[in-house]
Unconditional design. Structure first.
Length: 268
């Protein structure tokens, strides 16, 4: 019978690599892992911001330029991280973008741009991490999906399609690698109050009220709330969780959108 696996329980200090980690959910996740004693590699195309962030955690964080669409960049980042820390216990595939346009007006260039970063980038990093983890016989991978993965998302077709594909990729990898000691899960956030979202709201480019009305919790998520779900899935406490999509969305996915109207008393 296979043993309880997914992380090396004997490792004194564990290591995680997080993509798109200079801001938002990625940075909140990096801080949480570091605060719990992990060594952290933050990869981002904005190396200046990444280095500035990592400088607050000397000796515990490594900032690397990482373009997830470029296989050479991915391979170099994973090799450098491995050389620095000596192991890789977890990968968080967080890098992603959006492009907004009605489907009939969406350019092929914008379609490809989103799929290349969100889906192909996830694939490149998944493969790079697996190359290390399969040799170790242990490891945990968390891919960032979205509530958009299971719903129609008007104006965001490439984003929704990429996240739906990530869910499928997550489940396939989980099944293929389970007996080899790896676990692969996904976190599907709802709407998250990142600095970018706050700025878009403040500039009047996003009306947040319909989102709040549609979310049973009636608020946006804090990036730290998403980070805690990611951390759990990478931890030994989640050693039997595999191929799961963890919705962290304030009830968004559970609500099918039709309000409840209590029946009127008889005779009224």
């Amino acid at each position: 019978m296979p043993s309880r696996r997914g992380l090396d329980m004997t490792a004194e200090v564990r290591t995680v690599l997080i993509t798109g980690a200079a801001r938002g959910i990625g940075w909140a996740t990096a801080k949480l892992f570091c605060g719990n004693g992990w060594n952290v590699t933050i990869g981002d195309v904005d190396i200046v911001e990444a280095r500035m962030r990592a400088s607050a955690y000397p000796g515990r964080m490594l900032a690397l330029h990482l373009d997830v669409t470029d296989r050479a960049s991915v391979e170099a980042a994973f090799a450098t991280s491995l050389a620095r820390w000596g192991r890789l216990d977890a990968l968080v595939n967080n890098a992603g973008i959006q492009r907004h346009a009605p489907l009939a007006e969406l350019s092929f260039e914008n379609w490809l741009a989103v799929l290349d970063i969100n889906l192909n980038g996830c694939f490149h990093c998944l493969k790079a991490a697996a190359g290390i983890m399969l040799r170790q016989g242990s490891g945990a991978i968390v891919n960032l999906a979205s509530v958009a993965a299971t719903r129609g998302a008007p104006g965001r077709a490439p984003y929704a399609a990429s996240k739906a594909a990530i869910v499928s990729l997550t489940k396939t990898a989980a099944v293929e690698w389970a007996e080899l000691g790896l676990r692969v899960n996904a976190v599907a956030p709802g709407y998250v109050e990142t600095d970018l979202v706050r700025n878009v709201i403040a500039e009047g480019r996003l009306d947040v009220q319909p989102i709040l009305d549609r979310t049973p919790a009636r608020r946006l998520a804090d990036p730290a709330e998403i980070a805690h779900a990611i951390y759990f899935l990478c931890s030994p406490e989640a050693s039997y969780v595999n191929g799961h999509v963890f919705h962290v969305d304030g009830g968004f996915e559970a609500d099918y959108g039709v309000p409840f109207f209590p029946p009127k008393p008889v005779g009224t």
